[in-house]
Design a protein around this ligand. Structure first.
Ligand code: ATP
Ligand code: MG
Length: 438
């Protein structure tokens, strides 16, 4: 069967080629060459019985029973966001490439090498869009807020959940499709909102039973302060040029701050001796930072100052922070964020301050597993055993009523058309399922 299908495809491929060649008399291919051109193709054709396909590398299926852990986490987040008065926003997965290039910054890992971008099919005028699958959601939120003029009546507190896409090397805690939950507060300038967001994250860790984390904070100051620091930073790195790796040298003049964020241990010394951004901050920036720290202290949230914390995206100013754990190996950042007071204006909106964070769902769930936190998986309240097939209409009617009343019932169903099987054999199923879920 497979052979004849392949054979017939091959002969039709040959006919197509022959016809195409007939329309181009200048190109004459001898029969043996035609044979050669079509031979290799036939081997690659789908067989009548398809080979098994696998998911795209770095993109995972989330299957039951594990998916129940995802639902459990999402439910906790929804309930918490409600209590903090953050409202849900859902933006498209595809956006114009330019949104991320402008928003995240051209000289960042994400834009330089991690985006899934493509050209859409052209319309009848030959025009086409450059599109990108979102690598993060802040730029999209800012786009939506601006497009729909959401800040018209004042600030907005928003949250989102969903898949993001980055073409990174897949490894533990780093995937090509991964999921973020994020919170953004737009239109508020004071450190109390930075604090609120950090307290919200801390409350979430508590609800999830996570204790093995620490909070690192830093302040990136304002653009003028950063410009002064930048000049000295470049001078420092130029003095120690031989200690820089290739990537650092490339970024020396385009994005020197990012060098501080290096994961290369060989550069530890040169990075630690670099001028500190905090020493360049003026009184206003410092007061903002102090305001945040005072609120964190009053709420018993321990923090450490990390001078090298600069974040991988260009849009941040003032507060930046990360929640980090040592229990997940190299991919230890479970949540990260900061202020981006200039992004909205930069994206064409009316200038407004903003601050937000995003957490990596896979990493948070992994940390819950690492800590041995047990999550109760859902088990039906009842299992419906069916005496005989003729009872099915009544059975389903009864089940509808039970479920409408809030009872969770799994109905016995047979795998083949022969019948229901004996009541005894039907009983075995729920017993096995109950054992498996404990
Ligand atoms: P990292 O330094 O680990 O690459 P990042 O700075 O690129 O992180 P952000 O863009 O700030 O990460 O995203 C926020 C959070 O999303 C991260 O702290 C992490 O938990 C998660 N995250 C980012 N990239 C991935 C990925 N490829 N796979 C899984 N989770 C990710
Ligand atoms: Mg990254």
């Amino acid at each position: 069967m497979a052979k004849t299908l392949r054979g017939s495809f091959r002969s039709s491929l040959k006919t197509t080629l022959k016809n195409a060649l007939a329309r181009k008399p200048s190109l004459k291919l001898p029969e043996p060459m035609l044979e050669k051109m079509t031979a290799g193709r036939a081997e690659k054709l789908p067989l009548a019985k398809m080979e098994k396909l696998a998911a795209v590398k770095g993109m995972n299926d989330i299957l039951p029973p594990d998916s129940a852990r995802w639902e459990w986490l999402e439910e906790k987040v929804r309930s918490l966001m409600l209590r903090y008065a953050y409202r849900n926003i859902r933006t498209p997965i595809l956006e114009h490439t330019q949104l991320f290039v402008r928003g995240i910054g051209e000289v960042t890992d994400i834009v330089e090498k991690e985006m899934y971008s493509f050209e859409d099919r052209s319309d009848k005028y030959g025009d086409y869009d450059h599109l990108t699958m979102r690598p993060e959601n802040t730029a999209s939120v800012v786009r939506a807020v601006t497009e729909h003029n959401l800040l018209y009546e004042g600030g907005k507190r928003l949250y989102y959940m969903g898949p993001m896409f980055r073409r990174e090397r897949p490894q533990r805690g780093r995937y090509r499709q991964f999921h973020q939950i994020g919170a953004e507060a737009l239109g508020f300038a004071g450190p109390e909102v930075d604090a609120e967001l950090i307290l919200l994250a801390a409350a979430l860790w508590k609800e999830l039973g996570l204790s093995d984390w620490r909070l690192e904070i830093n302040s990136l100051g304002e653009p003028e302060e950063r410009a002064q620091h930048r000049a000295q930073l470049i001078a420092h790195f130029e003095q120690h040029a031989d200690a820089l790796d290739e990537e650092a040298r490339r970024r020396l003049h385009s994005n020197p701050l990012r060098i501080l964020d290096t994961k290369n241990p060989a550069m530890k010394a040169v990075v630690e001796s670099a001028p500190r951004l905090i020493d360049f901050l003026g009184p206003q920036s410092l007061a903002h930072f102090e305001g945040l720290k005072a609120i964190l202290d009053a709420n018993g949230i321990a923090w450490t100052l990390n001078h090298r914390l600069v974040r991988g995206l260009d849009y941040y100013n003032l507060t930046v922070f990360e929640f980090v754990t040592d229990r997940l190996g190299a991919q230890g950042t479970i949540c990260a964020g900061g202020r981006y007071d200039y992004l909205i204006e930069q994206m064409g909106g009316k200038a407004a301050p903003a601050v937000g964070w995003a957490l990596g769902v896979e990493r948070v769930l992994e940390l819950i597993k690492e800590q041995g936190e047990a999550i109760a998986l859902p088990v039906p309240d009842a299992y419906a055993v069916i005496p005989e097939a003729s009872a099915l209409p009544v059975v389903l009617q009864t089940l509808q009523a039970l479920r409408a009343a809030g009872v969770s019932v799994q109905m016995h169903a047979s795998a083949n058309a022969e019948g229901m099987g004996s009541m005894k054999s039907q009983f075995k199923r729920p017993m096995a399922a109950a054992h498996a879920s404990h």
